[in-house]
Design a protein around this ligand. Structure first.
Ligand code: 5GP
Ligand code: MG
Length: 178
């Protein structure tokens, strides 16, 4: 059982519905093309696994690892690249898939970084969009669910590496856990 400090924000059913919708939109928008889906580790791993199965087009997958958060719940604005792509993206239709858009620093930096490699197109898809967290002009091309503010865990998202395996998404206040 979860202790105090967790408030359920989005259920797994709600998330699954949005994943299906995103898969349909992506199928429609990229019809006739081949997609390279780039997952941002670690937080996007569950969303990525669900999204790739909601897409019917031919896809290949690759991963990057980027860290922008320190050990606490505040974004630092410092984006560190810890693992690069293994595939060449030149001439390919690339869709970056991340867990959550907050300040926008991470995806902005990642897009700048990958744009230099001359993909045919480069777009982004996020499961969650924390509207009031934004500190850049960055917006995702595809968004699962929007919410205002607060620190969330579950469905791949962690607090100090814990809670990634929770099937639902929770607002989490670490100061309330005993
Ligand atoms: P940004 O660079 O947009 O501020 O943040 C992007 C990254 O910060 C996300 O990919 C995610 O890893 C982390 N992040 C942002 N907000 C949250 C949150 O509410 N909970 C968790 N667990 N991670 C977050
Ligand atoms: Mg992340």
């Amino acid at each position: 059982m979860l202790s105090q400090g967790f408030v359920k924000l989005f259920s797994q059913e709600q998330i699954a519905r949005q994943v299906r919708r995103l898969g349909e939109e992506i199928d429609r928008d990229y019809a006739g093309r081949e997609l390279l889906l780039v997952g941002v580790l670690k937080g996007a791993f569950l969303f990525f696994a669900d999204l790739v199965r909601a897409i019917s087009l031919p896809t290949e997958v690759d991963f990057v690892r980027v860290a922008s958060y320190g050990p606490q719940c505040e974004t630092t604005g410092l984006v560190e690249f810890r693992k690069d792509l293994e595939m060449s993206i030149a001439g390919r239709h690339v869709l970056i898939v991340d867990d959550i858009l907050d300040s926008g620093y991470t995806l902005e930096a990642l897009c700048e970084h990958l744009a230099d490699r001359h993909p045919a197109s480069l777009k982004t898809c996020v499961m969650l969009d924390k509207r009031r967290g934004r500190k850049t002009a960055f917006e995702a091309d595809y968004t699962g669910i929007r919410f205002d503010s607060g620190f969330v865990v579950g469905y791949g998202l962690d607090y100090q590496e814990a809670y990634r395996n929770l099937p639902d998404v929770y607002l989490f206040d670490p100061s309330q856990t005993s």
